[in-house]
Design a protein around this ligand. Structure first.
Ligand SMILES: [Zn+2]
Length: 139
């Protein structure tokens, strides 16, 4: 398959194999209503196997969320069938309203209407912790 088989949109390359659907879920991209192509378990020199996501006509892509869920990804911006730029998402310092705290005693669980807020606790371990109770975020 051609790498640039979409005309205008994004290609998210080097997604960890088997996680493409999780990544779409985090990005709030609905696979049943969005023009997209998934290539799962493609051969990759860097990762062994990888997933590739191609989304046509995407309005805005949350790179913070992408950095959290697919930190090794490369985002290729495609215009007119050509890759015009490449972006490496970085681990965001903060995650607001992206993941829910799993701690049943956390104030965000017991009180409704509180924003879910996490901060990057360790970049090396890609570890995020709840601002309120310090519980680690799960992907
Ligand atoms: Zn918490």
């Amino acid at each position: 398959m051609e790498v640039t088989s979409i005309k205008d949109g994004v290609i998210i390359d080097h997604v960890e194999a088997g996680t493409a659907l999780t990544v779409l879920d985090y990005l709030n991209v609905n696979p049943s209503t969005t023009k997209l192509a998934l290539i799962m378990n493609a051969t990759s020199h860097a990762l062994g196997v990888k997933d590739i996501i191609k989304i046509e006509d995407v309005a805005d892509l949350n790179l913070d969320v992408l950095g959290f869920v697919a930190p090794h990804a490369t985002v290729n911006i495609v215009h007119g069938g050509q890759i015009v730029s490449k972006i490496k998402p970085e681990l965001p310092r903060r995650l607001i309203g992206v993941v829910k705290c799993k701690n049943p005693r956390c104030v965000t669980t017991t009180e409704t209407g509180l924003e879910q807020r996490f901060h990057l606790a360790s970049a090396a371990r890609r570890e995020y912790r709840c601002d309120y109770c310090d519980e680690e975020a799960e992907r």
